[in-house]
Design a protein around this ligand. Structure first.
Ligand SMILES: [Zn+2]
Length: 480
């Protein structure tokens, strides 16, 4: 039997407000345990939560950009459960009237396939604290710094059929929220994390299979692995006559396995009831119109502009515009040096390589457009060649805005060797040191040319024009 995987995502995103959702404590990541909290975010009796106006603004911006209908009247509810990271024993969330519904995200997968993913709803809620299990065993510590950090939870429709669609969607959502400036979406720090609801069914079937939920997966790679593992586990279970049990599973990326945590709860298990301490929120037409007018240029329209204005290919433009910071570096550099395609090629070929190698967030790249533009000019003017450029690029990638590229090229003698005399000297020395290869060349084994070029370029520390070196070698060999 051929099986089809059906998935829906719940994505939690921390909003980048300075203070928490219902109190004035800082939202800053880290800090000494239990120093970023107060009686309100730890839910002490007698305290009253007050909604942070900025949280609502950021949430609405996200809802609009993700093409949702904004609910004119939204309100908060209490979700009751006991867990040691939640000192109040309830989480303030939105069940009955979430602020946004019926959104959609257009995605393009790696293979170029386009698809629309529906968003069922987005709601605001508060984050819980963190439990730290002692590496020595026998003890668990509670850190409540994260309690009350504002979150939005973006609940998709069960529209995903493969992990490539899931990744494309997450990249798109991340990109949009970064452009809006409403979240830094750093997956390593947990400011964006995804729960994957997954079931399998025979291809052609209209009914959904029983689903499991994998919680808080916080890297694209882990998500891919978790989906692959869980799909296989469910298919094997069904094919051997078993049945899938609805449950919440924990993905352990180090062991590449998922484990059953608990049977999956339904909404009624949480005994939701309206939050009595926070009044309902109404959102006016004027406010929505003003927020829409403020919306910055997002990746989609920016991509079309880059194709038009800078002549980039569709593929290159989508890579460059996906992240706000990378697009900014590209655009400023291209304007300074007037060589957009060259700038794009160095970003895609070299910067992306370094970013992947170091597992960096695209938002953390601090390459200076001024330095980068000087670098491009050194390449296009022929002052340095591409192989030297590759090494030099790593230097400028880590440098700051005060970096003097001309001085660096001069100090390290990186400029292209223009002096033909110097090249002749090296070529002649290599030829006289390798009489056997000269004989082979004369016998018609032209393959030894590569050997001569390689030796000469090495001697010249890669700083000569290879075409010129080639020409001089041919000339000199003819004299032998
Ligand atoms: Zn607080």
């Amino acid at each position: 039997m051929t099986w089809e995987t059906v998935m829906g995502l719940e994505v939690h995103v921390e909003l980048a407000t300075k203070s928490k959702i219902f109190c004035s404590c800082t939202t800053e990541f880290g800090g000494e345990a239990n120093t970023h909290c107060c009686p309100i975010c730890t839910g002490m009796p007698g305290t009253l939560p007050v909604l942070n106006e900025k949280v609502l603004e950021f949430a609405l911006k996200a809802g609009i950009a993700l093409n949702c209908d904004i609910t004119r009247y939204n309100k908060f509810d209490r979700k009751n459960y006991f867990y040691p990271d939640l000192p109040k024993a309830y989480q303030i969330s939105q069940l009955y009237f979430p602020f946004a519904k019926n959104g959609k995200v257009e995605i393009t997968t790696k293979s170029g396939e386009k698809k629309t993913i529906g968003i069922h709803e987005i709601h605001m809620e508060e984050d819980a604290g963190k439990l730290i299990h002692s590496p020595f065993g026998d003890a668990t510590y509670a850190d409540y710094n994260r309690c009350g950090v504002p979150l939005i939870e973006i609940v998709s429709e069960p529209d995903f059929r493969g992990s490539d669609e899931v990744i494309a969607y997450l990249e798109q959502v991340k990109s949009t929220l970064e452009y809006l400036g409403v979240s830094d979406c750093k997956m390593q720090e947990g400011s964006m994390r995804a729960d994957v609801n997954l079931s399998v069914r025979p291809v052609g079937s209209k009914e959904f299979g029983t689903r499991t939920e994998m919680k808080n997966i916080n890297s694209f790679k882990a998500i891919e692995h978790a989906i692959e593992f869980e799909t296989k586990r469910q298919i094997e279970l069904l094919e051997s006559g078993g049945r899938v049990v609805q449950q919440t599973r924990r993905w352990d990326d180090n062991k590449s396995k998922s484990y059953a945590m608990r049977s999956k709860e339904n909404a009624q298990d949480y005994r939701y009831f309206p939050e009595p301490d926070i009044p309902p929120i109404s959102v006016s037409e004027e406010r929505l119109a003003a927020l829409k007018a403020e919306q910055p240029e997002l990746a989609g329209p920016k991509k079309l502009r880059y194709i038009e204005q800078f002549g980039l290919s569709d593929y290159h433009a989508s890579i460059i515009t996906l992240n706000k910071n990378i697009a900014r570096i590209f655009e400023q550099t291209a304007e300074l040096c007037g060589e957009p395609k060259e700038v794009c090629n160095w970003i895609i070929g070299n910067a992306m390589y370094l970013i992947n190698e170091r597992s960096m967030e695209l938002g953390d790249v601090s390459l200076s457009p001024r330095v980068f533009a000087e670098f491009i000019k050194a390449i296009t003017s022929g002052k340095i060649n591409k192989s030297v450029g590759k090494t030099l690029f790593e230097v400028i990638f880590d440098s700051d805005d005060s970096f003097d590229i001309d001085k660096y090229i001069a100090d390290n003698q990186l400029a292209v060797i223009d002096d033909d005399g110097a090249i002749y000297e090296v070529v002649q020395a290599i030829i006289s040191a390798n009489p056997q290869s000269v004989e082979q060349y004369k016998e018609g084994k032209t393959k030894v040319m590569a050997f001569f070029v390689g030796q000469c370029m090495r001697q010249l520390k890669g700083k000569a024009n290879p075409d010129k070196v080639n020409k001089i070698i041919v000339e000199e060999l003819a004299k032998q």
